[in-house]
Design a binder for this molecule. Structure first.
Ligand code: IPM
Ligand code: MG
Length: 355
């Protein structure tokens, strides 16, 4: 099994290094190959997603990705910014189904900014469509306004659009995921305002006829944002478009206390996938050895489960992570009085020992 390792920028290399140690400790024969991506690739090759990196990702069975981005690239033209690497990988690998679980570990209930009773036992799954919507919709650009309130003025525009097959395939993914859980699916849209959203809703309703065992409901995105902090445990699986999913998944992540704990998977139609922590490159703490490697280690577990068919090994890693939390080990982001603060490498070593 060939795994592409793309550490990226900021804390990416530190956290990915710990996940690689875990993969190497499983007693499997993985062929791991590392390549530059994001700002690191821009520095070396003048592009955040060089041809060689894309090729490696395309030829691999799965991709383990760290994080990309740094403030120092904020002034680059958009096409060369580190974020384009992740957007390009999503597009070129046709990774349309993004799984973002938000799980509140028992030991971390107090780390949430919400009252413990609201988040204790939280286990929800956000499924975000990742190849369409206003993120990729054409046309987009800048021009002189041809109409509207200020004709002739400079304006910028993006296009929110979804085709029927795009909605249909993510709806199937979501219903099937709900089937493996509590069989409840909430589809989030803005159908009271947007044509795209009304169409999204119509197609999801159509697909739901094939899943009579799953209870479907619909929620406007503003209400969903509110319900997520009011009563998050009422959700099971949430399915939504690219833009709303970006926002809601960050909100859901924070319910769990630390975005440093949450893995994610981005899958194509054949369960090939890219696995990355839900958090970013955290340039403010890069190189200090204090970042939490658990989201990346848990992403490696998701990779084993979804793309490599190694469910047992995935379970082992997840159990090891729970064990180190029970032992009271905490990186700075999840530290609280009475626990033991450890660095990135110490946390990785503890997971290895628990394995
Ligand atoms: C995410 C990130 C990306 C996105 C950025 C880095 C392009 O916020 O994965 O959620 O907006 O999708
Ligand atoms: Mg985001």
């Amino acid at each position: 099994m060939n795994i592409a390792i793309l550490p990226g920028d900021g804390i990416g290399p530190e956290i990915v290094a710990e996940a690689v140690k875990v993969l190497n400790a499983l007693g499997e024969t993985f062929n791991l190959e590392t390549a530059l991506v994001g700002g690191a690739a821009y520095e070396a090759h003048g592009h955040p997603l060089p041809e060689s990196t894309l090729k490696l990702a395309q030829q691999s069975d799965a991709v383990l990705f760290g994080a990309v981005g740094d403030w120092k690239y904020d002034t680059l033209e958009r096409a060369l910014r580190p974020e384009q690497a992740i957007l390009g990988l999503r597009k070129h690998l046709a990774l349309f189904a993004n799984f973002r679980p938000a799980i509140c570990y028992e030991q971390l209930t107090n780390a949430s900014s919400l009252k413990p009773e609201l988040v204790a036992g939280l286990d929800i799954l956000i499924i975000r469509e990742l190849n369409g919507d206003i993120y990729f919709g054409q046309p987009r650009g800048r021009r002189k306004s041809p109409d509207g309130l200020f004709p002739g003025a400079d304006e910028a525009f993006d296009t929110m659009r979804y085709s029927e097959p795009e909605i249909r395939r993510i709806a199937h993914v979501a219903f099937q995921a709900a089937r493996k859980r509590d069989r409840r699916l909430t589809s989030v849209d803005k159908a009271n305002v947007l044509e795209t959203s009304q169409f999204w809703r119509d197609v999801v309703v159509e697909v739901s006829k094939e899943y009579s065992d799953v209870v479907l409901d619909h929620m406007y995105v503003d209400n969903a944002a509110m319900q997520l902090v009011r009563a998050p445990k009422k959700f099971d699986v949430v399915v939504t478009g690219n833009m709303f999913g970006d926002i809601l998944s960050d909100e859901a992540a924070m319910l769990t206390g630390s975005i440093g704990m949450l893995p994610s998977a981005s899958l194509d139609a054949n369960n090939k996938g890219l696995y990355e922590p839900s958090h970013g490159s955290a340039p403010d703490i890069a190189g200090q050895g204090v970042a939490n490697p658990l989201a990346t280690i848990l992403s490696a577990a998701m990779m084993l489960r979804f793309s490599l068919g190694k469910v047992e090994q995935a379970n082992r890693i997840e159990a090891a992570v729970k064990k180190v939390l029970s032992q009271g080990l905490r990186t700075a982001d999840i530290y609280e009085a009475g626990t033991k603060k450890v660095g990135t490498q110490e946390m990785g070593a503890a997971v290895l020992a628990a394995l």
